[in-house]
Design a protein around this ligand. Structure first.
Ligand code: ZN
Length: 201
């Protein structure tokens, strides 16, 4: 072991990031210390700031520093449409598409029993309260979970909940190859997937 404990600690922390292994973590650490000391301090402060101040929106669970996120606070949004997605990145992708003006519910994942992720971890109870809530009551739930096995299972689960409340439920069309994630789909494909959404039965 030739690395100082301080360096080793930082490398170990970076390895928490998706796709970053030992080699990449080392390269990042050496780069930051050698070339970007000031920016590294900024980076550390920004991470600290975000982890302290960003929480889940009380309505949709998207990340926000406010109690209610900007989308949920926007009076011009159509409160009768609720689009269910897996991640904040999906909200961004759909917002960039520019055609959807309803609200969201962000699951922050998908059902994955083997990883111990069930309805409780996805805060499905909160989604259920949204479905029950009047003023305005929800007319359509649009399922925009990823077209993966877990995403489909999650969509199926939510369909049952919506059906119990007699709420129309649609699934975005699969112009997207199975296993791909919404955030990587082009805006045109996503627009098509939305406009060709089909009622689930
Ligand atoms: Zn919100």
């Amino acid at each position: 072991v030739v690395l100082s404990p301080t360096l080793q600690k930082l490398i170990t922390s970076l390895r928490l990031l998706p796709g970053i292994g030992q080699k990449s973590a080392q390269r990042i650490v050496f780069y930051l210390l050698e070339h970007q000391r000031d920016k590294s301090i900024q980076l550390a402060e920004n991470i600290l700031d975000a982890t302290k101040n960003i929480k889940n929106c009380i309505n949709c669970r998207n990340f926000t520093e406010y109690e209610k996120c900007q989308i949920c606070s926007d009076k011009h949004r159509n409160g009768r449409l609720l689009c269910v997605v897996e991640s904040p990145a999906d909200v961004l992708a759909i917002e960039q598409m520019g055609h959807y003006h309803g609200l969201y519910f962000v699951l922050m994942g998908h059902l994955s029993p083997l990883d111990g992720i069930g309805p409780k971890e996805l805060h499905i109870d909160q989604l259920q309260r949204r479905l029950i809530k009047k003023q305005p009551s929800i007319m359509e739930v649009i399922l925009a979970t990823n077209p993966t096995v877990e995403g489909e299972a999650t969509a199926h689960y939510i369909t049952q909940l919506a059906r119990n409340r007699n709420i129309k439920t649609t699934r975005i069309a699969h112009g997207v190859p199975l296993g791909s994630e919404l955030e990587y789909i082009g805006s045109d494909t996503l627009t098509r997937a939305f406009s060709r959404r089909e009622e689930v039965d």
